[in-house]
Design a protein around this ligand. Structure first.
Ligand code: PLP
Length: 503
């Protein structure tokens, strides 16, 4: 795997790279989306202006901010990695809803499974036996390592994490839970305090019993170097460590975790710790390689359980492994999953050990829709498609290519501060200058973003400062799609730079 060296020699590499890249086209007139043989039906519904008006009148104002672009688009059809708007314009979707469409929009195999099940039985609950439930959980359990043998099916990532928190507290007999700053785990009242991004907080008490430790972010954190990450692309920071195994940054972040346990938790006790295997909403943040292993050991030594939130990183997206936590060489006590599990259908799951699951039997616990026949049929088809189409292996190969190509943008442009990720879970952090790491302001991000959309490319945005482009597409994208995306990003950055006043 290629690595990107420290700051020494950066200038000469930039010059060499600029010579090569100046030959690459930044002209948008020759741009053509990779071909697609699906022909969508013409949109015949109400115009977008009406949709905007209705949203403004009848949807909670808190949701308006999610209507992404200055000139919004109305999506009416999806097919695999493609979306079409109400005018018939086609887009390459590199965000998959929000990291939710795993195998492809309206994947024919998943659609067929849903259709067949809808004809038979939409709804019943665990009060009866029904075939799709046991067929699905048998398949899902084959994907779980160690003693992770028991599943509770729910409907959303927030529900899964709420249940995981309850299980951690019941099992450990301790109320205190640790989370990582910049982590996102959902927005239920319970989880608002675990989600450690202030833009998601209201001025009300939340997170009783939850403590956040310093985020082990090798790019923007206090400590980090160019050997920390499990990624084809390293930070441009220097590093004196002999190897990633003796990581000084990891030592220090672990020291911070120990301080939180020492000062904030009842002596020697903790209920558990939540961590995403790669932070998603927080901006595709990867931790130093040994951090998770060491954190899990410490949490267990204090009586707590380790919870991996695989809502974004599960189902093959990170490429090398089916689950993101496997990339950290750990086996959690509880795993939560959602989003990609149903390729956009609302379903989620909590998987744990029989011993931990037993604790929930102390009272009655029920979920009306969790594990309904339709969800199980869809989840089952998603697992089949990931397997049969080799999507995990595809993510590994294509993701490495994508990240390496994005790394070239970082070498070329001062405003591309960092490129990171693994498989098709990728982040591009934008800054005013590499040295300052000042986040590129929101208006500048919006300008680049609007151009990418106008050129038919949809990417996400995230990070505490909203300055990270998030690339987490349906896992079926191709090399031609990646080349197209790189081309568009280059044009969008060039257009933005051209409009800046000369220094
Ligand atoms: C890592 C992670 N966990 C949990 C959630 C919450 O999932 P949901 O929105 O389905 O409640 C999200 C949602 O974005 C997420 O990214």
């Amino acid at each position: 795997m290629p690595t990107f060296l420290g700051k020494i020699g950066l200038k000469s590499r930039v010059l060499r790279c600029q010579k090569h890249i100046s030959r690459l086209s930044t002209d948008s007139s020759s741009l053509e989306l990779p071909p697609c043989n699906f022909v969508p039906p013409k949109y015949t519904g109400a115009p977008i202006e009406e949709a905007v008006k209705t949203r403004k009148q009848h949807l909670f104002p808190s949701t308006h901010g999610f209507a992404y672009y200055k000139k919004p688009i109305m999506i009416h059809q999806g097919h695999m990695q493609w979306l079409w708007d109400s005018t018939g314009k086609r887009y390459l979707d590199l965000f998959g809803g929000i990291v939710t469409v795993s195998v492809g929009h309206s994947h024919p195999r998943v659609v067929e499974a849903a259709r067949q099940q809808m004809d038979k039985l939409w709804h019943t609950t665990v009060i009866y036996m029904y075939p799709t439930l046991h067929e699905y959980i048998e398949k899902l359990m084959k994907k779980m390592p160690g003693n992770l043998k028991v599943v509770y099916l729910v409907n959303s990532g927030s529900e899964a994490n709420d249940l995981a928190m309850l299980l951690a507290r019941l099992h450990s007999g301790c109320y205190d839970i640790i989370g990582l700053r910049s982590g996102y785990h959902g927005t239920s009242p319970n989880l608002m305090g675990l989600t450690a991004l202030s833009s998601w907080h209201y001025n009300i008490p939340t997170g009783f019993g939850i403590h956040q430790t310093m985020n082990p972010d090798p790019y923007r954190g206090i400590w980090g170097g160019n050997k920390c990450r499990d990624s084809p692309c390293q930070t441009d920071r220097g590093c004196d460590c002999a190897s990633a195994k003796s990581c000084a940054a990891s030592d220090r972040y672990i020291g911070e975790l120990e301080e939180v346990l020492r000062y904030s938790c009842p002596k020697g006790r903790v209920g558990g710790m939540f961590a995403e295997s790669i932070q998603g909403v927080g901006g595709t943040i990867q931790f130093p390689k040994t951090f998770m292993q060491r954190a899990f050991k410490i949490i267990r030594d204090h009586g707590g359980v380790c919870i991996s939130d695989e809502v974004q990183t599960g189902f093959g997206r990170t490429g090398e492994h089916f689950w993101g936590f496997e990339g950290h060489s750990v086996i959690p006590d509880i795993v939560t999953m959602a989003k990609g599990i149903g390729n956009g259908f609302p379903m989620a799951a909590v998987v744990t050990t029989p011993e931990i699951a037993q604790k929930l039997a102390a009272a009655t616990h029920f979920n009306t829709f969790g594990g309904n026949p339709l969800a199980c049929a869809i989840g089952s088809a998603v697992l089949d498609v990931v397997e049969e189409e080799g999507l995990q292996e595809h993510c590994a190969k294509l993701g490495t290519y994508f990240i390496t190509e994005l790394g070239k943008l970082r070498e070329q442009y001062e405003i591309v501060g960092d490129v990171r990720g693994k498989g098709l879970m990728i982040g591009l952090e934008m800054v005013t200058t590499k040295d300052s790491k000042t986040p590129l302001p929101a208006a500048s991000m919006a300008q680049i973003w609007e151009t990418t959309k106008d050129l038919g490319l949809l990417v996400g945005k995230g990070g505490y400062y909203g300055n990270v482009f998030r690339i987490k597409p349906p896992m079926c994208i191709t090399k031609d799609d990646v080349d197209y995306a790189i081309h568009v990003l280059r044009i969008a950055i060039e257009n933005f730079l051209k409009q800046q006043p000369k220094a």
